[in-house]
Design a binder for this molecule. Structure first.
Ligand SMILES: Cc1cc2nc3c(=O)[nH]c(=O)nc-3n(C[C@H](O)[C@H](O)[C@H](O)COP(=O)(O)OP(=O)(O)OC[C@H]3O[C@@H](n4cnc5c(N)ncnc54)[C@H](O)[C@@H]3O)c2cc1C
Length: 396
């Protein structure tokens, strides 16, 4: 396969000295991931996105840089770092590509985290080291064809049969599912309670066909999960968690990572636009000399700076176990929308070149359309904030 060889000229931007709020460990983690993205992701990502293929060979590298479960305990082979370290790692990965960050988010926050939080000690010891090292790949099955924003309506179900449960139903839009060895699946039991379980790929009656035709997140593989009378041993169920709070707590963890990640995509778009604005000449001057271009760039760095501060504060709350789901919703919604707006403005600054894969901007823009929708849509997060401040539920 022909590789595109390009130099990644990205430089971080820190207008308010937010780096001073980070520890040496955070900065070292960021540097290591930034370097890895420059070496392993940037040279190939346009090509893989163009061909709508997932660079699955990067799973191993992601494991090696500690991108899978960075804030889960070291005794299970995970990173043992804090929530801000997890955030800066996601930011650098998404600076490369939202799809690459998704590969890591799903593995760490939606597969390893529920196993750590809700699994038995046997589940933790058996699965976590293998997931942290990339020996096993996981996926998370919550969304169904007819139940996205309202997962409480799910139809996938389990019925007890001796020492097993019989699982039936289908999940849709599942990141990594066609290449996953295990799936964390949420299904209703006979009492209508939502239960979580670990389903392994070779269980009879289980398949994970790929979804094709995506114009967004093209370097990330997405599929379905189809269950026809799949016999799941009762010991594969998470023993104590019942109801939506199980999957929602995993989503909070992942949304927190997305809040950081989206800033990475925004920074890459800003960085590219800033450089281009100094190089591209029109009417005898660099376009960056014109007030309308400066307005765009000034507004971009203002919004990025606000998001950096919001997210750092969220990280300090998360480290104390005090970040509420509604606070995480606010940051996810704000930062993803901010990144998408910046991608659009950056695309304008690049003129016609902005629509090509010579620059990362259009790819980020297309990716961010998914990020705006998955893990709770832009409007659903608004309603979560609305409910939090009014105490009134707009969903019922
Ligand atoms: C590429 C990709 C990867 C994904 N990966 C995963 C994964 O790994 N695991 C997983 O479980 N899911 C995954 N998802 C699913 C994702 O989380 C859902 O797409 C998302 O929750 C929205 O659900 P939906 O697509 O069914 O849209 P819907 O819920 O049908 O929403 C459609 C529109 O209606 C609006 N809407 C819905 N309800 C209300 C309301 N009460 N008030 C006002 N507006 C409302 C929404 O905001 C949205 O604009 C992924 C999705 C994509 C696109």
């Amino acid at each position: 396969m022909k590789k595109q060889v390009k130099t990644d000229q990205y430089q971080g931007h820190d207008y308010y000295g937010v780096d001073e709020l980070l520890s040496e460990e955070h900065l070292l983690a960021r540097e290591a991931v930034r370097e890895w993205v420059k070496q392993e992701v940037s040279p190939i990502i346009e090509d893989y996105s163009n061909r709508a293929q997932c660079p699955t060979h990067l799973f191993k590298g992601l494991a090696e840089i500690g991108a899978f479960g960075p804030s889960l305990p070291a005794e299970y082979g995970c990173g043992g770092m804090d929530e801000i370290a997890y955030g800066v790692i996601m930011q650098e990965l998404e600076r490369g590509d939202s799809g690459i960050r998704s590969m890591a988010s799903v593995q760490g926050s939606l597969v390893m985290y529920p196993i750590y939080r809700f699994g038995t000690e046997e589940h933790r010891r058996h699965y976590l080291p293998k997931l942290a090292s990339g020996e096993l790949i996981g996926c998370f099955g919550l969304t169904e064809p007819d139940h996205g924003s309202n997962p409480a309506g799910m139809e996938t179900n389990i019925v007890r049969d001796g020492n097993d449960y019989i699982l039936n139903g289908a999940k849709m839009w599942i990141t990594n599912s066609p290449v996953a060895d295990i799936a964390v699946v949420w299904a209703k039991d006979e009492e209508g309670k939502i239960r979580g379980m670990i389903v392994e790929k070779d269980m009879a009656g289980f398949s994970a066909p790929e979804i094709h035709g995506k114009w967004s997140l093209r370097a990330s593989i997405t599929g379905e999960l189809v269950f026809h009378d799949v016999r799941v041993p009762a010991k594969n169920l998470f023993p104590d968690i019942r109801g939506l709070k199980g999957p929602l707590s995993c989503l909070s963890k992942a949304r927190y990572g997305i809040a950081w990640g989206a800033i990475g995509a925004a920074l890459d778009c800003y960085d590219s636009a800033l450089r281009y604005s100094k190089e591209q000449m029109q009417f005898g001057n660099p376009i960056g000399q014109y007030q309308l271009t400066q307005k765009k760039l000034a507004e971009m760095i203002t919004e990025i700076t606000k998001a950096q501060l919001l997210t750092w504060r969220l990280g300090t709350l998360a480290n104390k176990g005090q970040a509420t789901p509604a606070q995480i919703s606010m940051a996810k919604r704000n930062n993803v929308n901010m990144a998408l707006e910046i991608a659009r403005e950056s695309r304008q600054i690049h003129g016609g070149m902005g629509i090509t894969n010579e620059y990362p901007v259009m790819r980020h823009m297309m990716n961010l359309e998914t990020v705006l929708t998955y893990e709770g849509t832009h409007d659903i997060h608004l309603l979560i904030t609305g409910m939090d401040v009014t105490g009134l539920n707009a969903f019922s």
